[in-house]
Structure formats: C-alpha cells, structure tokens
Ligand binder design. Sequence first.
Ligand code: NDP
Length: 515
Amino acid sequence: MSAAPIRVVSPATGVLVGEVPDSGAAGAAEAFARARAAQPAWAAWDLEQRVEAIRRWRDAVLDEPAVPETLVKESGKPRMEAEGIEVLYLCELIRAMTRLAPRAFREETRHPLLFLTKKTRLVRRPLGVVGVIGPWNFPILNNAADAVAPLLAGNAVVLKPSEVTPLTSVLLAELWRRAGNPPGVFQVVTGRGETGAAVADLADGVMFTGSVATGRRVGARCGERLVPCVLELGGKSPFVVLAGADVERAAEAAAWSAFMHSGQACIRTERIFVDASVADRFESLLVARVAALRQMAPDPSGTVTHDLGSVTFARQIEVVERHIADALSKGARVLTGGARLADRTGLFFQPTVLAGATPDMAVMREETFGPLVPVMRVSGAEEALRLANDTHLGLNATVFGPRAEAIAFARKLQTGQAIVNDVLVNYLIVESPLGGWKESGLGVRHGVEGLRQWTRIEAITVGRPLLAPVGRFLARMLAFPYDRRVLVVLRRASRLLYRRGWAEKLKSPPGRSRP
Ligand code: NDP
C-alpha cells in the first residue's frame, strides 16, 4: 500500500461513509497478476457458463440493499436515480449483452474468390486482462457495468473506480465473489490517479470513462503500448427546440436532462437552443419546472422522495460559479437559481437556468457538468444546427420538433448519438452502440460493436479438401523457383479479371457463419 487510505465523505452530509486503501501502482500490479492467473480458465468456460456467472452476480446485486444505499451515500444522488437508473441499467445491460454475445462472438467462415481453394475461419479470442477506469458520477453505470462486455468476451477485468466514489465498486466486487464466481476474474483496485495510470500501463485493453484531459493521457499510453482503448469522454450536448415542437414536453424533458444527478452526467443537456417563436413559452415552462425541484440531502433508504441531491464533487460547484459569473458579465440573466444553498452542510447548488446565452460564453463552450443550463434563442433551424455543431465535443444531442423535421435535423448533427422528442433514455438502449465524436472519445460501449472490441481476431486459413489438387497446383505456381511462364499467365489473368472487369462480375461464395 503506497499512501494513506482514501476517506470517502458523503457530499450531501459531510459525514465519513467509508475508507478504502490507496493501492498505488503496486496494488494494481498485484491485481493484474491475480487476473492473469484466473483469466485462462474463465476464457475456457463456455459462453453460457460465463453468462450464468454474470447473471448470478446481477441477482446478488439486486438482492443486496446496501448497493443503492452505498451509492446514494457516496454520490449524493437521489435513491430514485441510484435504483431507477444505475441498478436498472446494469440489469438491462446484462440482459441485452448476454443475448447479443452469441452473435457477436460467433465464428465465421469466409470464402475468398481469388484463392478459391481456401477458406478462412475467423476466431474471436479475448484480449486477456482489460482495465476499466471509471469516473465518480455513475459508480455502477460507468464503472462495474463496463466490465460486463469484456467479461463476456472471456477477459478478466480490473476496475479502478474514482477515488471520490469507490465504495459501490468495492461492494460489487465483493458480491461477485459472494455469488460464487472466480475472484480473480473481476477485481476492484482502489486508489488515486497513480493507480489509474498503472492500470493503463498493465492492461491488454482499456475502457476509460472520464475527462478529455485524462482520456488523452490514457489514450497516449495505450498508443505507446499498442493496446486497444475505448475512451468515453466529456460532452457539450445541445438540446434544440424547433418551431412547432411540443413546448410543454420539451420544457419537462429539458429540466430532467439538465438536472438529473445535479447535472453531472456526460450526455446531459449542456446547451439549449430554442426557436425565437416559442422561446418565451419554453423559458417560462422550464423555469416553473426547475424552480419546483425538491433539493435535499438524499435519504439512503429511499423513503423520502425528492428530485435533486447534492453535487458529488466540489470542483463542479466552482465550475458552475465560474460559468455563471462569465455569462453574467457578457449579458446573460439568471432566470432561476444562481447560488449555493448556504443553509446546508453538503455540496448544494441551486439548479440554475440562464437566459440570453451567446456562443462566446464559457458556459456555451466548456463542459459545465453541474446544475446549470444556458438557454439561447435562435432564428431558426439553420442557426440552431450551426451552433449545435460549433463545439469540440460530440457525445449526445436532443431535438424537439415536428417528427420529420426533427429527424432530418438530427441527421445533420455531428454527434455520436441523437434522440428525437425525448431525452437521455438513448443511454439505456443498450442494443445500440454509444460513443463520442470529436474530443468526446474513441470507440463505443453497447451493442454488438461494444462486445467485439474486447476480442482480437485470429483468421485461420485452410485448404478446402475437395479442391486440394487445384490448391496444390496453384501453390506450386507461386513457389520458388519463379517461372517466367507463370508470370505471363498471371499478367494475362490480371488483365482479364481486373482490367476487363471479370472479377467484379463473378460472385464470391457468401461467407457463412457457424456457431
Ligand atoms: P477524470 O478524468 O478526472 O477521472 C476519471 C478516472 O481516471 C478516475 O478514476 C481517475 O482517478 C482516473 N485517473 C486520474 N488520473 C489518471 C491517469 N493519469 N491515468 C489513468 N487514470 C487516471 O474524470 P472525472 O472522474 O472527473 O469524470 C468526469 C468526466 O467524465 C466528465 O468530463 C464527463 O463528461 C466524463 N464522463 C463521460 C462519460 C461518457 O460515457 N462519455 C460518462 C460519464 C462521465 P481519480 O478520480 O482517483 O483521480
């Protein structure tokens, strides 16, 4: 153990809720050694056995009341979000991914045209030990849940959660063992940035979720080591309200997508662009909803219902205050909120809506990741599109408007995902790949694509037995010693096949998939 233990304090109450070791690079190395020892046996299991193990783990999570309680305590989010978003997501992810896995990992046979005497078998093999590095805002959703796809592929996983919210991850690793699953296959190693860096140094593949700055460092390290990495980074997601939109529903959706988990979600609404023709009504409906949000220290048992808990990480309040001050100095107005809640012990900031936002404001350019949303009026869809795309990030987007128009608008956005006339639930549609464009990241989670990336392909080519004599004849043509007559034949054949287009007209035998 390299340093003092990490004290985890509830952001809502300031009370100490747990302690975890700072394992440092040495602790990460030990976890990787255990994982390397356990992984071959796990990979040798049938997919169905791995699926069963992951389902047992899910059941253990569902049966353990300490899971949502711990999550609420360390993150300050409402119990509704702990269970209704994070635990639900884990269950839905496991359902969908276990169902997609047989298709994703199925071996395939490819039949080439030119080398028609051969066939190639594509075999998907696990990478080895995958490192998952997660942020503090979603202790299950962006941490342990990201282990599911690599585990299904036959990898072992070492998860490094954020030092801010590590307790839920530690509990989930304990539940993995309690479910009777092999302990070295899924481990959590707690620590600070140094531990995360060690994970990136040791893993055979990395799933990183966090800031653009750290993501760059992790990506650079993976590039040096030539191991694959998936980077899920920040967002500056636009929320566009076109003329003709259902303004009431748009305001309701904007309030939820901007302030769910006090605005600390990567795909949250960060900028609102509203058509001037509906802006007055939209703003007043939005403000009414936001001003009515019930904000309090969450009750871990979930008996008290409320909408907003605390901010999880103190730095986010500083960002919110900086963005508000900058916006006000450039002409924006606070429509509701705008200040810390002075009468609370924890990290509470009022949900804040700014009107009169302009593209030069920091709140429109940098990720805020806190309980603040700016509204900017636009002259129409064209201006909305230009401004929505005017960002270095491209994670998620929302469009409200008449259906066909909104879909056409969404098709022009520069974003990994967009949702029409709804918000955020696209994250829970785990059959579809989800990832960022531009500086929002590389690679995807979810879907068949999100499973296959945790494998490497071995393409094994063999001769087709019935064509063996032809194969031997052709093989001799390309073997030493070279023969000038063969060169002439190849030259003529090339002209017929490619220059005259015969090859394009011939149909190669279709690739067949075999389970
Ligand atoms: P950070 O980048 O600060 O941290 C992410 C993780 O990386 C933490 O576990 C952190 O450890 C660890 N880490 C720190 N330094 C290093 C290093 N040198 N090498 C390897 N790992 C390191 O992000 P935040 O935790 O602040 O998360 C917020 C960000 O995450 C926001 O930008 C948000 O948009 C983004 N995010 C993206 C999502 C997506 O799907 N695209 C989803 C959720 C969040 P420690 O905390 O202990 O320092």
